[in-house]
Design a protein around this ligand. Structure first.
Ligand SMILES: [Cu+2]
Length: 148
């Protein structure tokens, strides 16, 4: 029993250190984050960077989370003079490139939030890539990381 406890301690420490990078196949997903939402907000968004510098062409097919009724892939487009959000079917991850999901651009959209997104909280987000497969990343609710 004592031996088991000793083995568990390093795992707990590394969990508290919180890895802001998540790897799946040749992809590295960096700094998933979401803005806190006001108490009455119905929608929220998450952002991260995907480094595909080592891999072949891939694409993000969908995302899943249990914080909202729907999870969609979105981008921003200019329509006339107005910036509009639009649902997209997939997000391309070209070989040798780094793709940033960031405010004003590509993002993961949560529609029908079950509860407000609270600063300091985290939630799991499943990303389904066509080639690399599925990966669960931990989204940190707070301000945009400096690395972006
Ligand atoms: Cu959106």
């Amino acid at each position: 029993m004592k031996r088991l406890l000793l083995l568990l301690i390093p795992a707990l420490i590394s969990f508290q250190g919180f890895a802001a990078e998540f790897a799946v196949g040749d992809l590295v997903i960096k700094h998933p984050w979401a803005r806190p939402t006001p108490p009455v907000a119905d929608a929220g968004a998450a952002y991260f960077i995907v480094d595909n510098s080592r891999g072949a062409d891939d694409r993000l097919l969908s995302a899943e989370a249990d914080i909202s009724q729907r999870v969609e892939l979105h981008t921003h487009l200019m329509e006339g003079d107005v910036m509009m959000m639009r649902k997209v079917d997939t997000i391309e991850m070209p070989a040798g490139q780094t793709v940033a999901l960031q405010p004003g651009g590509l993002h993961i959209m949560f529609i029908g939030l079950q509860a407000p997104l609270v600063e300091g909280d985290r939630f799991p987000l499943t990303l389904n890539f066509e080639k690399a497969g599925a990966v669960i990343v931990e989204v940190a609710i707070g301000q945009q990381p400096n690395a972006q």
